[in-house]
Design a protein around this ligand. Structure first.
Ligand code: PLP
Length: 399
């Protein structure tokens, strides 16, 4: 296998893999910090960070060591039993958030799926079977399972697989009045990303977040904050909702929780978590010692390196530099986002820019059609951010 050329590997892959992705024709073989190396030895600056999952960069020493150590000791046992790494990570997550209790899953979609189930079970237990409806936001993204597609706004993801589960509605993101009007006696929860990722790097407004909490308290609803992409220091605070006058009841995490190792988590208050009794939810892999040891290593490093404040400072610097491109080129509309979760809005589809950047050794991606998205490893340096802006400037100057 290792003797294959890049072209042979791509051809062979397409023969045996389901064609659900439009992959870039490159084979990556190694990574260090913010730099990826392909099978031909070419190096790239990774401003995509494995879709915001590689928060500490590629193969950080602390994560490699934790995985090696734990793999040699104990990989998996199921949740029929206790294990120490799970306790350690749950303690870190509850000590550093509003939450009292954690449920571990294996991915973002799975965490959200569980959060939906928990919110419904809570409402069922406390208010009866009629209170089950969940209000989600336009431009939202919560995952690709049937349940999470029910709260994901993009219609294109739903074609050909309906009917989806019932009991979900959408309101315009950041529209307080629309939210207020959408609440009925059947509503049990409001679900949102404090900073929308996939939908276009759009932060919630302070007024909207305040209203979410106020309406939730008034109508006895739960607030589910999906911090899968915006959590873990990326926006400048450990969790994005901390920048608002809004404490959620349930929060979901995944992506950079274990620095690229698959994991997900549901965090909730004692009051909400108590709706789940033994047998109500479960997973084979969730919370296994290996994933939790990886998560613990990443979390401790986030705290040690003071990643949230670094992301705030470097993010502010990056937004300033990108603003220069907005000022220079008429077709570059505006910057979006906070910290190291940043968007650059173009007035045309961004795919061509992504492709040109790739040829120049810069990995970015495009979301919502015309928003260039930057979710780099949070250890990125100012020099690397400068490199990114210089490459974009070169590309724009030729358009
Ligand atoms: C990526 C993402 C998900 C889904 O996570 P998966 O691990 O891909 O299932 C859910 N919500 C948000 C906000 C995300 O960015």
């Amino acid at each position: 296998m290792m003797n294959m050329t890049k072209e042979e590997m791509i051809l062979a892959s397409d023969q045996v893999l389901m064609q659900t992705y439009k992959r870039v024709p490159v084979v990556f073989t190694s990574g260090e910090k913010c730099i990826l190396t392909d099978s031909e030895g070419k190096k790239y600056l990774d401003m995509m960070g494995g879709l915001a999952a590689c928060g500490l960069g590629h193969s950080p020493r602390v994560l490699v060591e934790a995985i090696n150590r734990q793999a040699a000791q104990l990989i998996h046992i199921t949740n029929y039993f206790y294990n120490e790494p799970q306790l350690e990570l749950a303690r870190l997550l509850t000590a550093n958030s509003f939450g009292d209790k954690v449920f571990f899953a294996n991915s973002g979609a799975e965490a959200n799926e569980g959060a939906i189930k928990l919110a419904r079970k809570y409402a069922y237990t406390n208010f009866g079977p009629e209170k089950y409806e969940i209000i989600a936001m336009t431009s939202s993204f919560h995952g690709r399972t049937l349940g999470t597609l029910s709260v994901t706004h993009n219609e294109a993801y739903k074609v050909g697989i309906e009917p989806l589960p019932k009991g979900f509605t959408f309101v315009t993101f950041n529209d307080e009045k629309a939210l207020e009007e959408a609440i009925t006696p059947n509503t049990c929860a409001i679900m949102l990303e404090p900073l929308q990722g996939e939908g276009g790097i759009t932060p919630a407004t302070p007024a909207f977040m305040k209203k979410v909490r106020q309406l939730a308290d008034e109508h006895q609803l739960l607030v589910i904050a999906d911090e899968i992409q915006c959590g873990f220091g990326r926006t400048g605070t450990m969790f994005a909702h901390e920048q608002y006058d809004m404490i959620p009841d349930i929060m979901t995490l995944a992506k950079s929780l274990a620095g690229g190792f698959p994991i997900g988590a549901i965090i909730a208050t004692d009051k909400v978590a108590s709706a789940w009794k033994p047998g109500d939810h479960g997973t084979t892999f969730g919370g296994n010692p290996l994933a939790c040891a990886a998560g613990t290593a990443v979390f401790q490093e986030l705290l040690n390196l003071e990643i949230p404040s670094k992301a705030a400072a470097n993010g502010a610097y990056f937004l300033e530099k990108l603003q220069e491109l907005v000022d220079k080129y008429a077709f570059v509309k505006r910057t979006k986002g906070k910290g190291l979760m940043v968007g650059l809005e173009l007035d045309f589809p961004g795919a061509a820019v992504v492709e040109k950047a790739f040829d120049k050794g810069l990995i970015i991606n495009c979301t919502a059609g015309n928003i260039i998205r930057f979710v780099p490893p949070m250890i990125i340096t100012k020099e690397e951010l400068d490199t990114c802006v210089t490459i974009l400037d070169e590309i724009f100057s030729q358009m």
